[in-house]
Design a protein. Structure first.
Length: 513
């Protein structure tokens, strides 16, 4: 071995970065598969602060705009241009309905997550006339208000004739308690609960055809703009589509992004950022971007456009020059220009979702899923062995399998391993038993609970004591082995929002190329 070769090997060492994306800024171009992908688990949990029942306002089209009720408490505005007529859809609460959820002496406020139009308006009305429009400034409900038999609330989605249609998705939050952080409507009650179950969601995209969960792992360079897709032209701010002009440059390709990530745009001087459009998974426009590239919730793709300060036309030479300087990279720091490299992408499959306790990793030369979780549906079977202690019921079924006294997820009961006093609740005890408190069924003869759970089964996901290693398929093994890092920057990411860990090789003085 030559002295130069030996010295290069001696200078090589390993580093590790984490995140999604995981960005290695001084990587060598090497075949090195030090990748770990960690799963996640989420469940909506509410305090009951949301007073806005979005189901009261239905999908409607009028004046060139459509406002779609998405069924999850959010609304999506679509359309372009200006409204050709008034857009108005409304729902009136009765006086009794209104005073049932309002608290005297507290402010009522309305928050909305993004500027769209038509938008939600909330009116407090007396004698069939509006006397207060609720906004972020709030209005304090008085005893006089609730005693007035003509007092009621009107919900409206409104846009004035001739006003601009501003597409996007928003989540209204009407509240008196809390800080205004959005949550779904649950009738003023905390959830998950038997009345308002909440789905337990873990990482993975379910494929109905194959009945498998899919995970897309991507390894690419830092440059996210395929400069071959830069062209002279513009992007319509209303529709998000293209239009012909010599006074602009646009990205023709849809650039994949992640709403949880930060991005930095640089290298487009002396030109100015004209606009950026955000698109959802179906590549429908849902909003705008400024040059600081903050991706809103639901954003899956972006496109960008640029103009000159004097709005004059671009030449082909100016377009070609911009292709050698413009840079869009993940992270909050502008990286030096590097050419676009198509990402290496591997789609992995699994028989189950990847929870917060599970991960993908390589063990003993083999890639596979490391599962440290399991699920059980409690439905009153005799093996569950329910018995009563005080005003709780206890099942020993999972003892020896579950990690004791740790957080669990249940679709119908709130985990309370740190505070087991509130009904309804569930927790894993220090002995590994599943304990439930639901006073009307657990504070009495055990037969009442057995009858309840038999007709109202519930799901529990939990961390297991033992790990299980399940190898991925042979084809997927081969694809993972073929992944390699780039010099000088490598970006490891996935489409399922999993945190990634990349261990890679580097050495002092790594440069571009």
């Amino acid at each position: 071995m030559s002295m130069t070769r030996r010295r290069l090997l001696d200078d090589t060492f390993k580093k590790t970065v984490e995140g999604n994306p995981a960005i290695a800024t001084d990587s060598l171009a090497r075949m090195y598969s030090g990748i770990v992908m960690q799963g996640w688990t989420e469940q909506a949990k509410t305090t009951g602060a949301q007073l806005f029942d979005a189901s009261k306002l239905q999908t409607q089209s009028s004046g060139g705009a459509t406002v779609t009720n998405n069924g999850d408490g959010s609304f999506t505005v679509s359309g372009s241009g200006n409204l050709s007529s008034v857009f108005n859809v409304q729902y009136d609460y009765s006086h009794d309905e209104t005073i049932a959820f309002l608290q005297v002496g507290k402010e009522i406020k309305l928050n909305q997550t993004s500027p769209v139009s038509p938008t939600v308006v909330m009116q407090l009305r007396k004698n069939n006339a509006n006397y207060k429009t609720v906004s972020t400034t709030g209005y304090t409900i008085s005893e006089e208000d609730v005693q007035d038999q003509t007092f009621y609330i009107r919900l409206i989605i409104y846009g004035g004739s001739g006003s601009e249609i501003i597409p996007g998705t928003y989540k209204p939050m009407v509240y008196q308690d809390g800080d205004g952080t959005w949550e779904p409507y649950t009738g003023g009650k905390p959830s998950p609960s038997p009345d308002y179950p909440q789905e337990i969601v873990s990482a993975g995209k379910y494929n109905e055809d194959t009945q498998k969960w899919e995970y897309e792992v991507s390894v690419g360079g830092a440059q996210l703009i395929d400069t071959d897709q830069l062209t002279i032209g513009g992007i319509n701010g209303g529709s998000g589509g293209n239009y012909d002009t010599q006074a602009g440059i646009r990205t023709d390709a849809y650039i994949p992004v992640d709403a949880k990530c930060t991005y930095t745009l640089s290298g487009y001087s002396p030109y100015k950022f004209a606009n950026g459009i955000v698109y959802d998974e179906s590549k429908t426009k849902i909003g705008f971007l400024s040059s600081n590239i903050q991706i809103p919730e639901g954003g899956k793709y972006i496109r960008l456009s640029f103009t000159k300060n004097d709005q004059s036309n671009f030449t082909d030479d100016e377009l070609d020059a911009l292709k050698t300087t413009i840079m869009l990279n993940p992270g909050s720091t502008a990286l030096p220009y590097t050419p676009y490299r198509p990402p290496q992408t591997v789609t992995l499959t699994a028989d189950r979702p990847l929870t917060k306790w599970d991960r993908l990793e390589k063990r003993n030369g083999q890639w596979g899923w490391v599962y440290k979780s399991n699920t059980h549906i409690f439905n009153g079977n005799t093996d569950e062995g329910w018995y009563r202690e005080s005003d709780y019921v206890v099942s020993p079924l999972l003892r020896g399998k579950i990690v004791n006294d740790k957080e669990i997820y249940c679709d119908e009961f709130t985990d309370a391993h740190k505070n087991s006093a509130t009904s309804p609740c569930i927790y894993a005890s220090k002995s590994g038993a599943i304990v439930v408190k639901y006073t009307q069924y657990t504070n009495g003869d055990i037969s009442a609970w057995n009858e309840y759970v038999a007709s109202n089964p519930f799901v529990v996901w939990y961390e297991t004591i033992e790990e299980t290693f399940v190898p991925i398929t042979a084809a997927e093994q081969e694809a993972m082995e073929a992944l390699h890092t780039y010099r000088p920057t490598t970006v490891l990411s996935n489409q399922q929002d999993c945190d990634m860990t990349l261990t890679y090789k580097t050495r002092k003085g790594v440069g571009g190329g």
